[in-house]
Design a protein around this ligand. Structure first.
Ligand code: PMP
Length: 373
């Protein structure tokens, strides 16, 4: 089976599984208990993982809040900022191609009296800075939330410039970085106005059900007030109550260590694999395919391809025994892709689109069987 759906999820790295194992059985203590080794050692492991995640995105360890994944991080950060800071205004700016965990959260906030402006995107799914500045200048804005890299097209948004604009107009800035981690450098120390970031471990060879919300401290080193989604024992600095999922956190930490140490190597390899896959597709199907994604300034390893005249659902099903691909995002697979609609694809074009997403753990040789399959 050739697995080409790595943007939906990745297999858990064997070293990650090995690192997690002792924390199910031997070091099973609750890290909030203080007196005996099972708990103390679990706390040390959680702290170590927190540092590893911080290193991966170049933030500080105490800015990392463990959650159950990017869906929770997006819900927590958007609702939490909205609730805690609505005195600053009720206007939020985002874009039409966000992941459903952002879009549906924003729709919920609209029912609570927030006014959301959805920026349109260009033909590759990127927002325009002029349109962002225009929206910011029209009325005071509480928060800007923009996808770092698009899960269907791979396109990268101009996050640095957008966060600077948000700062200029005194708005908080959030980015869903779920798809870029481990594939594109994320250097928060050098992006001081990117204050809130969401990530999920299973997109970079960590376990499912664990992620992080990064909440940057302000210039004075003070924590931002964000109303929690989960109230209780005040773990995670009060931002996220609930007993720590120690094995999953350890797994995320290990995955972050590997992703950090291999970032450049993985990036290069993904570029090589992507160009090979592109070449194979062109060679065999050149006259019936069209690429939806941009050539550059994108996450390496994601290709979105129209197969003219074919139905993507039938194609995915037919290929399933030998090759795993998807029609777009796994999270909204029952609906036609809103991302492709927003970049101007017709219904026919989006019903013939397949997303291929590659893994740095695949070899060029593995791709050789692609055409045969
Ligand atoms: N944001 C983006 C861009 C994603 O691709 C995903 C996963 N498809 C999520 C958020 C949600 O991640 P999770 O399902 O792990 O909560």
């Amino acid at each position: 089976m050739l697995y080409l759906d790595n943007s939906a999820t990745t297999p858990t790295h064997q070293e990650v599984v090995d690192a997690m194992l002792p924390y199910w059985t031997d070091i099973f203590g609750n890290p909030s208990s203080k007196y005996y080794s099972q708990a103390v050692d679990a706390k040390v492991a959680v702290d170590h993982a927190r540092q590893a995640v911080a290193t991966l995105v170049n933030s500080k360890a105490d800015e990392v809040i463990f959650t159950s994944g990017a869906t929770e991080s997006n819900n927590f950060l958007l609702k939490g900022i909205a609730m805690s800071h609505s005195n600053k205004g009720k206007r939020i700016i985002s874009s039409t191609v966000e992941h459903p965990s952002v879009l549906e959260t924003l729709r919920y906030l609209e029912t609570q009296g927030f006014d959301v402006v959805y920026l349109s995107v260009d033909s590759f799914g990127r927002i325009g800075l002029a349109e962002l500045e225009k929206a910011l200048s029209e009325q005071p804005t509480l928060l800007v939330s923009l996808l770092w890299g698009n899960n269907e097209l791979g396109s990268l948004n101009p996050i640095k410039e957008a966060s600077e604009l948000a700062h200029k107009y005194n708005a908080f800035f959030h980015s869903d970085a779920t798809q870029v981690i481990g594939k594109v450098p994320v250097d928060l120390e050098n992006l001081p106005y990117v204050q809130l970031v969401s990530v999920s471990a299973h997109k970079f060879y960590g376990p499912k059900g664990i992620g992080a919300a990064i909440v940057r401290k302000d210039e004075m080193g003070l924590s931002l007030k964000i109303t929690p989604l989960l109230h209780g024992g005040a773990q995670e600095n009060g931002y996220r109550s609930g007993t720590h999922a120690v094995p999953l956190i350890v797994g995320m930490g290990k995955a972050a260590e590997i992703a950090y140490s291999k970032l450049n190597e993985h990036r290069q390899h993904l570029l090589t694999l992507e160009s090979k896959l592109k070449q194979l597709l062109m060679q065999q199907f050149g006259d019936v395919i069209q690429f939806n994604n941009d050539e550059s300034n994108k996450i390496p390893g994601i290709l979105s391809v129209q197969f003219k005249g074919l139905n993507n659902e039938i194609l995915c099903k037919e290929l399933a025994p030998v090759m795993a691909v998807s029609t777009g995002s796994a999270c909204s697979s029952s609906k036609p892709s809103h991302v492709l609609q927003e970049i101007g694809c017709t219904m026919e074009q989006l019903r013939s689109t397949i997303r291929f997403s590659l893994s740095p753990y695949q070899s060029e040789k593995e791709l050789d069987i692609f055409l045969e399959l």
